[in-house]
Design a protein around this ligand. Structure first.
Ligand SMILES: O=C([O-])[C@@H](O)[C@@H](O)[C@H](O)[C@@H](O)C(=O)[O-]
Ligand SMILES: [Mg+2]
Length: 429
């Protein structure tokens, strides 16, 4: 009997990229307000063996162009060959000097263009690899260490509804009492056991008041606030003193590694970031200055799931904590985030997710594969990512993209329609 095993190769034969738009609510942040539609791109990688893998990414026009350029370059590559995939994407974008189209809406981002473009293709290849051997993606990342992944209640100040439209079901959240009510509603519906407040919208004192109100209402929930770099170092130090012993970490209170380091020296709680450490070359200077103590990973801009595991190992090496960042997203991303978090030993914080803010009817996956209970999502055990594309939904959300007319996320431009003098320049306070 021969020991020879012949593994079938699965080479990329075709890539489909579909821009979509899904309904979003008027969530406020330091650069403006969310528009009525959020953009994403759904990536389908098809192999010569007939397998299809899924990825999800930003939907801004500049990013879509880059995804299309990279898609041309990756045909013929074996889905098991991540290095070849990376080299092809790198080569395809070698002449690209553009900086826009990252889907972060004016928030500081020095993330790598190649890593952002690479990510959905790598996730799709992992989906195919899992399907080809009948194993979930978490198994390809070292194996799930937990059956369920915890997410946090991601609170936003928000208007009652989009201007000119009826109030939405969540209503206004513009003061501490309304923020507490929003938290209660979200926790009742999803069971979250940690809470994050998106700040940088009102005067810092008002936001501290909201966090203290949350502490009173939810004494056992770990709390965080994230003003996306809206404060000076001096303001951040003052806020840090006011929240001493109240929050588990303070996320991006100020902008840049130097200012974060200055704050870190003066406050008691860890500082977290998804703004000043968003690429591998930013880890060394941040560690050298002890500027951040927690990095929020995000496979969408760290180059995919395997690169995110490298980030996790680096964080472990340097004694940095690890959490997970989110932007507005749909189910393919939630599945990828859940597999990654399940297979990352040192991801000990509840991950961020914008999930509760989207309309449940707006998704591209067949319902049922992912569900929240007790604030967590069960890690899918079906082969690959464990989610299936709903082609009718994809067509509907693509049509919504075509008719919606939005081609770039622009929270500031949308805000200026209602407040023409709005100035998002950081630091705002
Ligand atoms: O959705 C938003 O408005 C958030 O502010 C998002 O753009 C941030 O990237 C993110 O959630 C964060 O943690 O900084
Ligand atoms: Mg953040």
């Amino acid at each position: 009997m021969s020991n020879e095993v012949t593994a079938e190769r699965h080479r990329i034969a075709e890539v489909r990229i579909t821009p979509i738009a899904f309904r979003d609510l008027p969530l406020l942040n330091t650069v403006g307000v969310h528009e009525p539609l959020a953009l994403r791109a759904v990536v389908e990688v098809v192999t010569d063996s007939g397998l299809v893998g899924l990825g999800e990414s930003y939907g801004d026009a500049g990013h879509l162009d880059r995804l299309r350029v990279a898609a041309q370059a990756i045909t013929g590559i074996d889905v098991w060959h991540t290095h070849a995939l990376a080299a092809a994407v790198h080569g395809a974008l070698a002449a690209d000097r553009g900086t826009g189209g990252h889907g972060m809406s004016g928030m500081v981002t020095g993330s790598s263009t190649v890593d952002r473009v690479m990510s959905p293709f790598e996730v799709a290849c992992l989906d195919i690899r899992g399907k080809s051997i009948g194993r979930p993606v978490a198994d390809l990342l070292g194996g799930a260490l937990r059956d369920r992944v915890d997410y946090s209640a991601y609170l936003f100040y928000k208007w009652a509804g989009h201007p000119g439209a009826a109030d939405d079901a969540w209503g206004a959240a513009l003061d501490p009492a309304q923020i507490v009510a929003q938290a209660q509603r979200m926790i009742d519906a999803y069971g979250f056991t940690a809470i994050k407040l998106k700040g940088g919208v009102f005067r810092p004192e008002a936001e501290v008041e909201a966090v203290l109100a949350l502490r009173d209402a939810f004494p056992d929930h770990p709390l965080r606030i994230d003003p996306n770099g809206a404060w000076t170092a001096a303001t951040a130090i003052r806020v840090g003193a006011g929240l001493d012993g109240v929050i588990e970490y303070l996320e991006d209170p100020t902008t840049g590694i130097d200012a974060m380091a200055q704050v870190a020296r003066e406050v008691s709680m860890p500082l977290a970031t998804n703004m000043c450490v968003v690429a591998f070359d930013q880890v060394k200077p941040a560690v050298a200055q002890d500027a951040v103590q927690v990095v929020l990973s995000d496979h969408h801009f760290w180059g995919g799931l395997e690169r995110s595991r490298s980030l996790a190992a680096i964080c472990d090496t340097f004694g940095l904590g690890l959490s997970m960042h989110s932007n507005s997203h749909l189910g393919i991303s939630l599945a990828a985030m859940t597999h990654l978090a399940a297979a990352t030993p040192n991801l000990t914080y509840a991950c961020d997710t914008h999930w509760p803010w989207k309309d449940p009817a707006d998704d591209v996956i067949v319902p049922g594969a992912l569900a929240f209970s007790g604030g967590s999502v069960a890690v899918p055990t079906a082969p690959g990512l464990g989610v299936e594309l709903d082609r009718d939904a994809l067509a509907r959300l693509h049509e919504q993209y075509l008719s919606g007319g939005i081609r770039e996320r622009d929270d500031t431009g949308y805000m200026r329609r209602f407040e023409p003098g709005f100035d998002p320049s950081a630091p705002r306070w």
